[in-house]
Design a binder for this molecule. Structure first.
Ligand SMILES: [Ca+2]
Ligand SMILES: [Zn+2]
Ligand SMILES: [Zn+2]
Length: 311
């Protein structure tokens, strides 16, 4: 069965709560009469905190692409806002996103395999039986994970998009595209006083809250800290040690450190009549100094050469 965009029924009391909260939080203080803006559908999940949709992606490495871009902003600002929105989720959980060209076929085409998450700006009816409502009201909507429509995220072109609105609305919709439902009413606002991003109303959220992070991590797990390998090769009679500890080559010639870690390597001769002759590889610039400092922002490979003195 083809995925459908979620349609949730409005709950009058909850809408009234959200409207009152939007005003009392002062998010619309400059224009208190401004109408409440919904990310998508004004309804709340039913669980104790964050809520998840029926499905999640079976991979943690996903592609996205633009079917078109809003003319309200320069293309590079659209790209930057959307990339930052994806980045908020990939920083919070074990997810990576890669931008690819759109397949170019119509909305919901089941044969379109990449991008998995297709982004579209459209006015009114736009091919998914969920027409947009003109200025204000619903700002965007997204389908949960799956093939065909799955993950597709649409923005109401009847809105006038600013980079900040696009960033936050995209962040919220991508929450749905990744498998999160709206959080429950008591998280709007949440225990920390801030509104959860996955609250259905847009009252000036700027990023993920604790509830959103717990939700996405429940689906995809905690992001593994990234590490870099440091590898040393010693030629001749000498030893290379490291600070922080980990390398003591030739006994222990490789180690794994946190990405970006600064590592100091020290060369010492271990036999009479042998001298340190110099560094190579990632330490080449250190010449024949006793120490070499490297930053392990990627895998680093170092050579150290010791030579026997001529008599
Ligand atoms: Ca609208
Ligand atoms: Zn939503
Ligand atoms: Zn749509």
């Amino acid at each position: 069965m083809r995925d459908r965009f979620r349609r949730l029924s409005a709950i009058a009391a909850v809408v009234a709560f959200a409207a009152a909260s939007a005003v009392s939080l002062g998010a619309g203080a400059d224009s208190p009469s401004r109408s409440v803006r919904y990310f998508d559908h004004p309804a709340f999940g039913q669980t104790e905190s964050f809520a998840t949709l029926a499905r999640k992606w079976t991979t943690t490495s996903l592609t996205y692409g633009f079917m078109n871009r809003t003319p309200d902003l320069p293309a590079d600002q659209v790209d930057a806002a959307v990339a930052a929105a994806f980045g908020a989720w990939s920083n919070a959980a074990d997810l990576t996103f890669t931008q690819v060209p759109d397949c170019g076929t119509p909305v919901g085409d089941p044969s379109c395999q990449t991008p998995q998450i297709r982004l579209l700006f459209a006015v009114g009816a736009h091919g998914d039986n969920d027409p947009f409502d003109g200025p204000s009201g619903v700002l965007a909507h997204a389908a949960g994970p799956g093939s065909g429509f799955g993950g597709d995220t649409h923005f109401d072109e009847a809105e006038t998009w600013t980079a900040q609105d696009l960033l936050v609305v995209a962040m919220h919709e991508l929450g749905h595209a990744l498998g999160l439902d709206h959080t429950q009413a008591s998280n709007c606002p949440g225990p920390d006083g801030g509104f959860a991003l996955m609250c259905p109303v847009y009252v000036g959220q700027t990023g993920l809250g604790p509830d959103d992070i717990a939700g996405i991590q429940s689906l995809y797990g905690v992001k593994a800290p990234s590490t870099s390998a440091v590898t040393v090769a010693v030629t001749g009679k000498g030893i290379v040690t490291s600070t922080p500890a980990g390398i003591s080559c030739p006994a222990q010639c490789s180690t794994s450190v946190a990405a970006g870690q600064v590592v100091v390597l020290r060369a010492e001769k271990v036999a009479r009549r042998w001298n340190f002759n110099g560094w190579g590889g990632a330490c080449a610039a250190a010449g024949n100094s006793d120490t070499c400092t490297i930053t392990a922002d990627a895998a680093q490979s170092v050579t150290a050469t010791f030579k026997k003195r001529r008599r």
